[in-house]
Design a protein around this ligand. Structure first.
Ligand SMILES: [Zn+2]
Length: 227
C-alpha cells in the first residue's frame, strides 16, 4: 500500500531522513530542492522497515487510544461501502446476523466489540479470499498464502515470502475498493516497488484504481478503529 507521509524541508539539511513519530506519522526531513519523486522513491524503498516500525505498539505507548464504535443500539457501522445500524436484539441463530442491519444478541453485545469484530473478520475472509484466488489467476501469479487478519495502520501487505495479508477492516469498503487492494498486493508479486510498470499492471487489472485510492485516502481513519 501507499504510505502517507509529510515532508519537512530545510535549507541546511544535506541528507534525507525518514522517521516514524510516536503517533505513527511518517515524516521525511529533506534538503531544499529534492524532487517529490525522489522522496516517494526513498519512502518506497523503506516500506518494509516503516511498516515494521509502525506495527510495534509497545514503542508507542503514548499513542492515543483508537477511537471506536460502541456496540450499542443505533450505532452505525460501515459494511461494503455503506453504513448500517446495529440493533441489539435476539436472533434465530443466537449469533450475530445481517439483514439490512446488524442484529446483535444482547449476550454477545455485553461482551464488548471483540465478538462483533471477529464476526466481521470471518465475513471479510469469505469475501476477500475467493477474490484473491480469482485475481491471482488473472494476473498469472502464485502466492504462498493469503490471510485476513487483525492489524492496524494498513489495508493490505505482501510479506517477503509471498504471503498476502489483508486487514479485516477492508470489509467496510466497497467491493471495488477491496478488489483494488487485492490487485495491488498481488501486483507486488510481479513488481515489488511502485514503479510506472507496477501501476500499469494494477490499472490494467483494475481500471477504477484512482477512485479506489481516493476512497482509501478519504477513509484512512477506519483503519484506526476497533470496530
Ligand atoms: Zn504497494
Amino acid at each position: 500500500m501507499e504510505l502517507e507521509y509529510s515532508i519537512i524541508r530545510s535549507a541546511g539539511r544535506r541528507k534525507l531522513t525518514i522517521t516514524v513519530e510516536r503517533d505513527r506519522r511518517i515524516v521525511v526531513h529533506a534538503p531544499e530542492g529534492v524532487p517529490e519523486e525522489k522522496i516517494r522513491e526513498a519512502v518506497d524503498s523503506k516500506r518494509q522497515w516503516l511498516f515494521e516500525k509502525m506495527r510495534h505498539p509497545q514503542k508507542y505507548e503514548d499513542a492515543p487510544q483508537p477511537p471506536g464504535k460502541e456496540l450499542v443500539n443505533g450505532e452505525a457501522v460501515m459494511y461494503l461501502g455503506r453504513s448500517y445500524r446495529i440493533a441489539i436484539t435476539a436472533t434465530a441463530s443466537g449469533d450475530i446476523e445481517f439483514a439490512r442491519q446488524f442484529l446483535v444478541p444482547p449476550g454477545i453485545a455485553a461482551g464488548g466489540t471483540k465478538a462483533f469484530s471477529d464476526w466481521l473478520l470471518v465475513r471479510a475472509e469469505q469475501k476477500i479470499l475467493p477474490r484473491v484466488e480469482h485475481y491471482a489467476r488473472q494476473l498469472g501469479v502464485n502466492y504462498r498464502d493469503a490471510e485476513v487478519s487483525e492489524g492496524r495502520f494498513r489495508w493490505g501487505s505482501c510479506t517477503p515470502g509471498n504471503g498476502l495479508r489483508f486487514n479485516w477492516r477492508l470489509i467496510k469498503a466497497p467491493m471495488s475498493v477491496i478488489d483494488y487492494v487485492i490487485v495491488h498486493e498481488l501486483a507486488h508479486l510481479i513488481e515489488p516497488n511502485h514503479t510506472p510498470r507496477f501501476w500499469n499492471i494494477v490499472r490494467a487489472q483494475h481500471p477504477a484504481t484512482e477512485n479506489a485510492k481516493r476512497w482509501l485516502c478519504d477513509h484512512g481513519e477506519l483503519l484506526e478503529q476497533r470496530l
